[in-house]
Write a protein that binds this ligand. Structure first.
Ligand SMILES: [Zn+2]
Length: 96
């Protein structure tokens, strides 16, 4: 690897890194905006706490409204249903 290549990949890595930071910040900005509108004092004081969880999660692990739907009603999640539909579609296409 020559010096030019090294500089290129270094630049690339730095761009990726700043993109990740930017994504996190925009996410947090949106959450803070919601927190202000809904007067979530706790979220406003600790915005990073809600980086990877919903603002409207009440915090009770046994709460039926917030938990995983499969756990509460034996239902599949939206993501799983989407995946299954796509699989069926692909199967019907391959049979033709
Ligand atoms: Zn809840």
């Amino acid at each position: 690897m020559n010096v030019g290549e090294l500089e290129m990949s270094d630049q690339f890595q730095r761009e990726k890194h700043s993109e990740r930071i930017h994504q996190k910040e925009t996410k947090l900005d949106k959450k803070v905006k919601l927190a202000k509108e809904f007067n979530h004092e706790h979220a406003l004081k600790n915005p990073h706490k809600y980086h990877k969880t919903s603002l409207f999660n009440c915090g009770n692990p046994k709460c039926v409204m917030c938990m995983n739907p499969r756990k509460a009603f034996d239902e599949k999640t939206m993501q799983e249903r989407k995946f299954e539909q796509k699989e069926l579609y692909d199967e019907s296409k391959s049979q033709v």
